[in-house]
Design a protein around this ligand. Structure first.
Ligand code: AMP
Length: 114
């Protein structure tokens, strides 16, 4: 089972987070357990559990979080490169059941991922 939706609590300001960006569609904050010198999570305000739950109506918000990721990458000094990750469901490594885009940078990444 995926854990409870702690990201909704961050959206609702019930628990703190180091928020780096927000607008009417999304919120971005530092990951509590960073896997790289820069590790930010970008989440839609809309409650979407997983990537597999996306509908056609979500295309705009999906594009938007990628646009925000590109701008944050510039602001956070990741001109050399960065990695974007969306884990989907337990087999894909997802632990929090609210769609989120990982923006990772500041070190070199290997391939294939673990
Ligand atoms: P995933 O495994 O793709 O579902 O990613 C969930 C991410 O959320 C992990 O990288 C966690 O470290 C991160 N995380 C969990 N709880 C918090 C929190 N309260 N604040 C910030 N990041 C969190």
């Amino acid at each position: 089972m995926l854990a409870t939706n702690i990201f909704l609590k961050i959206i609702n300001r019930e628990i703190p987070a180091k928020i780096v960006y927000e607008d009417e569609h999304c919120l971005a904050f530092h990951d509590i357990s960073p896997q790289a010198p820069v590790h930010v999570l970008i989440i839609p305000r809309k409650e979407i559990r997983t990537h597999a739950d996306l509908t056609e109506a979500d295309k705009a918000v999906l594009g938007h979080i990628h646009w925000v990721a590109k701008q944050l990458a510039e602001q956070l000094g990741l001109a050399e490169g960065y990695r974007l990750v969306i884990n989907c469901n337990e087999a894909g490594g997802q632990s929090v059941p609210h769609l989120h885009l990982h923006l990772l940078g500041g070190r070199k990444f290997g391939w294939p991922p673990g």
